[in-house]
Design a protein around this ligand. Structure first.
Ligand code: GAL
Length: 673
């Protein structure tokens, strides 16, 4: 069994992508000297180096990498060694131009960037297997090797290819998934618009068509593209396992839903030895630390709750958004430690030394263009020391209060064309419910709809349009056994083939929610509806309304105006030992808070009291003890109640009863006992 932590790493991971091939070798010595000064423990190397390692077909130059790994080892720095299969060299493409991916419109990409890969291409697969084998043979026993970093961020920038090799591969995938062409016709509902197929050979990827194509075909294509990338990951992983037994293998995920939408990380989480993630702040005016917390929680969840590693984030600004603000003083440490609070075993960056050339020269780094006499460098050195003081928490697990259901397949299905309203966005609902829970200082686990939910007192379902019968039964059993469930509109509508469940909406949720929905009635842009509650309280909804028919559920809020006036808007259903809430419109922050207030009471979930909104409190616990993280994202000093006594690890000061957390600061208390 490969290890589940980087081999030989005895501290938290701290370092970054290191691309020394962009610099003369003389610079490398300064690099490692400064790495030691900053307390760097691990770097990721070789991710984009195929053209240097194999300058011509079958001609290898490993000398520079030998020297680099030796240098790292001599300086006590561990290596996360990349397989460079995300950037085949130009000679490869000139020999195999059909390995360049093709868009749905039929345009073939050119060489000159990165990630231009058709994952079905046999020549690519052979070349990737070959360079992976060479690396594994050469470095399996290198003392610097901590883990393997396969490829880079599968799923971006190209999420699917539509070429002829993919068409052939898709047909094979369909045959093994559906058994026969009749099975495909049935699953896709090809009786509609006369799309019936007589032979697998007639089936193509969902390429450009005059109007909307078959949604089930489009959904299957997303599954196929994801599965095809996973085949290639497995192919490399198995080579590495065979030639370097025991060394863990990872590939860096991008779980933030705004950054990658083409990969089913539930499936990928099961394939890697260590889950690793890349996260970048999206500066769209929203609270970036909430999005960060959500991505970190999702990462931990796809790791099954086990520790994971933040493999990339940024010390300051990035360079690929329209506007790229620098991070504020202290923000990098807050970001890093927020990831650690939520299960990361360290904080790594893109990248170590800021590039002088190439597309990413304006992206921040640990060692900026300005050198060591810079704020960023000073904060990097401080962070290295902070992480060092937290070494003991390795192996502990973040403790969650509630679960939110999430499923990439449902997301893909719901984002297909011709839905009741283009204003309804499942990701927006996931963000909004997450934020409402965050604001109540509750720590969230994400869960697959068919996962065992019994340990959670409260389960929230933001918008799960695609839901299997099995998931519906799972939720019913969860409530019957005493759970509290909150379901938002447009959930439980279709099965795994995007076919509407038989009977009234919401098929598999009818019994658990105690209602049916006769009709959806989305609102026009800018339109609002008022809801009145039992105590006369008022809420607002927009985007969506429904004609809900209670069949056992009680009505808690009622539509006060609009087409659905007088009909239930929010319902509660007691079933067995538990309770199921349903909300049929899009509530804003205030409405979600009110709804969750009721649900939290039903579930008897207790949240930390009297905390300012943007002060985060998260716990990790395990063999080495319980660690309380308090992260203050506000501009005012804050006080956090402490049950018991402990030692604050970043300052070494004893803490009792109450913890002072300075404005913009972080405190980590290891509790006594
Ligand atoms: C990541 C990528 C890195 C670098 C970084 C910049 O997505 O893995 O190689 O490009 O973005 O933010």
């Amino acid at each position: 069994m490969p290890e589940a932590t980087p081999r030989g790493l005895t501290r938290l991971a701290f370092g970054g992508d290191y691309n020394p091939e962009q610099w003369p070798e003389g610079v490398w010595h300064e690099d490692v000297r400064l790495m030691r000064e900053a307390g760097v423990t691990m770097v990721s190397v070789g991710i984009f180096s195929w053209a240097l390692l194999e300058p011509a077909p079958g001609v290898y130059d490993f000398g520079w990498l030998d020297r680099l790994l030796d240098l790292l080892h001599e300086n006590g720095i561990r290596a996360d060694l990349g397989t460079p299969t995300v950037v085949p060299p130009v000679w490869f493409y000139r020999a195999h131009p059909e390995a360049l991916p093709v868009t749905a419109e039929g345009v073939r990409y050119e060489f000159g960037s990165r990630g231009a890969i058709c994952h079905s291409n046999a020549d690519y697969r052979a070349a990737a297997a070959n360079i992976t084998t060479r690396l594994a043979e050469r470095y399996a026993d290198h003392p610097a090797l901590a883990m393997w970093h396969v490829h880079n961020e599968y799923g971006v920038p190209v999420s699917a290819c539509y070429c002829d090799s993919c068409a052939a591969h898709f047909r094979r995938w369909l045959a093994s998934t559906h058994g026969s062409v009749e099975g495909v016709n049935e699953a896709w509902g090809t009786a509609f618009w006369g799309q019936r197929y007589a032979d697998f050979e007639d089936i193509n990827p969902p390429r450009l068509a005059p109007t909307v194509g078959n949604p089930a075909q489009a959904l299957d294509y997303r599954r196929f593209a994801d599965a095809t990338m996973r085949e290639n990951f497995r192919m490399e992983r198995d080579i590495l396992h065979r030639l370097a037994p025991g060394v863990p293998v990872t590939t860096n995920f991008m779980t933030a839903l705004s950054q990658c939408d083409s990969v089913d990380y539930w499936a990928w989480g099961r394939e890697v030895d260590i889950v690793t993630n890349d996260h970048y702040l999206i500066t769209d005016g929203r609270r970036t630390h909430v999005n960060l917390a959500m991505a970190a929680d999702l990462t931990r969840s796809v790791a099954g709750g086990a520790p994971w590693i933040l493999l990339e984030h940024s010390t300051s600004g990035v360079n690929w958004q329209a506007r790229n603000p620098a991070k504020a003083p202290g923000q990098m440490a807050r970001n890093s430690l927020a990831h650690v609070a939520r299960g990361s075993e360290g904080a790594m960056f893109f990248q170590w030394r800021q590039s002088r050339r190439g597309a990413e020269k304006f992206h921040s780094a640990m060692l900026p263009h300005g050198g060591t006499d810079t704020r960023v460098w000073r904060e990097v050195v401080e962070l290295g020391a902070a992480l060092d003081s937290l070494s003991d928490l390795r192996g502990t697990r973040t403790q969650a209060d509630v679960a939110v259901l999430w499923d990439w397949h449902s997301w893909w299905a719901q984002n297909l064309d011709w839905r009741p309203s283009e204003d309804h966005d499942p990701r927006e609902r996931a963000d909004a419910f997450y934020e409402a829970l965050y604001d109540r200082h509750l720590t969230v686990d994400f869960a697959h709809p068919e996962a065992d939910l019994s340990r959670y007192p409260l389960v929230v379902v933001p918008a799960l349009y695609l839901m299997t019968e099995a998931a519906g039964n799972n939720l019913k059993a969860y409530v019957e056994n005493g759970g509290t469930l909150v379901v938002s509109f447009f959930s439980g509508i279709v099965d795994e083939h995007d076919a509407v469940h038989e009977g009234a909406y919401p098929g598999p949720l009818r019994d658990v929610l105690g209602l049916t929905i006769e009709e959806f009635s989305p609102l026009l842009q800018g339109e609002n509806v008022r809801l009145t509650g039992p105590d006369g309280s008022e809420l607002n909804g927009d985007v969506w309304t429904e004609f809900v028919v209670p069949r056992g559920a009680e009505t808690v809020w009622t539509y006060a105006d609009g087409l659905t006036a007088g009909h239930p808007a929010v319902t509660r259903h007691r079933l067995g030992e538990g309770t199921a809430w349903y909300v049929s419109t899009r509530l804003g922050a205030e409405g979600l808070d009110a709804l969750l207030g009721w649900a939290v009471e039903d579930a008897q979930v207790v949240a930390p009291a009297d905390l300012p909104r943007d002060v985060e409190v998260v716990r990790r616990a395990g063999a080495s003890g319980t660690y309380l993280f308090a992260i203050n994202h506000t501009a005012a000093d804050a006080k956090v109640a402490l049950a018991g006594t402990g030692t604050e690890l970043l300052t070494g000061v004893r803490a009792a009863g109450r913890l002072e957390v300075p404005a913009g600061g972080v405190r980590v208390v290891r509790l006594d006992g």
